[in-house]
Design a protein around this ligand. Structure first.
Ligand code: SF4
Length: 362
């Protein structure tokens, strides 16, 4: 086991000064017009927090508005089907978020009478709400004095503190949480929390942070040492892998056969195309099918841990194919059914499949 690294240093100047400068900067230079700001409605704040995990603000904006238009409150979301939620989430990625969102809405309605709990501790017991998300909701909606530590905030605080701990280690991550909690101001938790988020998103960027514009530069140990890009330290890198499949776009009488993916793994729960592990496996299976196929351009879909190369084949079954032949053919994919084009486009589809059906794969 690696030797314990020094845990966070205290900020050299006073903590009150650090938070006061951050709050003043947030008020004059921070973001104030995002659609999930200027509200204390936990539903709206929660929705934005979940959508913003691993996703840029610019991407989230349109999804957020469409989602609220369709599901204006937690009861409307709880009453929806998971398919409806996936359909609106389609293209935003990390689909377990959509599944948890739906499960969480149902729990809020079933167990809390449709009102989100008002403490970070209780919020954390709900599906898909981790420590940082629960803290953001509790701080913004209920004024709770509690620390957040999302990716951007980790970057800011590890730099300010020149935090040498390796965040791949649980003990070091806990030490950073403790340091973040110690820094909390006694007043102004909302602008302080928003200020940390804004600083991470607009000034303290991963590459080339704009330290000259930073309101807490005089407190920042990494800036004074010129070692900003050393932080945060996290040694364990995700291993990337690659895989390939033939992707079958099976068409009969103008409809496409889609299968629902398993509840776990890539594109969990979404509607997608049947896959074959190799061209050989596909050629063997399709040798007895009526009709013929066209190979479409292959493309690689890049996921967090995986480069997935797909080789789509559009296979047209003749209109005269009998029901018995069809039943035999699709028996291999029991979670599937036929969709017409409009129905398919309204379903929860992975982004590459939506593009493929619209005529632009990749
Ligand atoms: Fe980040 Fe630079 Fe500000 Fe330090 S001084 S918090 S490195 S932007």
């Amino acid at each position: 086991m690696a030797a314990a690294k020094p845990i966070a240093k205290p900020v050299d100047s006073s903590r009150a000064d650090f938070s006061a400068q951050l709050i003043a900067w947030q008020r004059s230079h921070g973001r104030h017009t995002l659609p999930w700001q200027n509200t204390r409605d936990p539903y709206r704040v929660w929705l934005s927090e979940i959508m913003l995990q691993q996703t840029q603000v610019a991407t989230v904006l349109g999804y957020y508005e469409r989602f609220l238009a369709r599901f204006p409150d937690v009861r409307a979301l709880a009453a929806a089907t998971l398919d409806d939620v996936f359909a609106l989430w389609s293209g935003l990625g990390y689909y377990s978020r959509a599944r948890n969102l739906h499960a969480c809405a149902r729990r809020v309605v079933a167990d809390h009478g449709g009102a989100f709990p008002s403490t970070s501790e209780a919020l954390m017991t709900l599906p898909g709400i981790g420590r940082s998300t629960s803290a953001a909701i509790a701080a913004f909606c209920f004024g709770e004095r509690v620390a957040i530590l999302d990716g951007n905030v980790k970057r800011v605080l590890t730099r300010v503190l020149a935090f040498e701990g390796d965040l791949a280690e649980g003990a070091q991550e806990r030490a950073l949480w403790a340091a973040a909690t110690e820094l909390l101001p006694h007043k102004g938790i909302e602008p302080y929390t928003q200020g940390l988020m804004d600083l991470g998103a607009t000034v303290c960027l991963a590459r080339s942070p704009s330290c000259l514009l930073c309101p807490v530069q005089s407190h920042c140990a990494a800036a004074s040492a010129g070692s900003q890009e050393r932080y945060p330290i996290k040694t364990r890198k995700l291993k990337r892998s690659a895989r390939e499949h033939v992707w079958l776009w099976l068409i009969w009488q103008g409809r496409v056969w889609l299968i629902q993916r398993p509840d776990k793994g890539v594109w969990a729960g979404l509607w997608s195309l049947p896959e074959f592990a190799s061209t050989l496996a596909f050629d063997e299976a399709s040798s007895v099918w009526p009709g013929s196929g066209d190979a479409l351009p292959s493309f690689t879909h890049v996921l967090t841990h995986l480069d997935w190369t797909l080789h789509p084949v559009r296979w047209n079954l003749p209109a005269r194919t009998t029901q018995a032949q069809i039943d035999r053919l699709v028996a291999a994919w029991p979670t599937g059914r036929w969709f017409d084009q409009n129905e398919a486009l309204a379903a929860g589809l992975p982004a590459p499949l939506r593009k493929l059906l619209l005529g632009s794969p990749g």
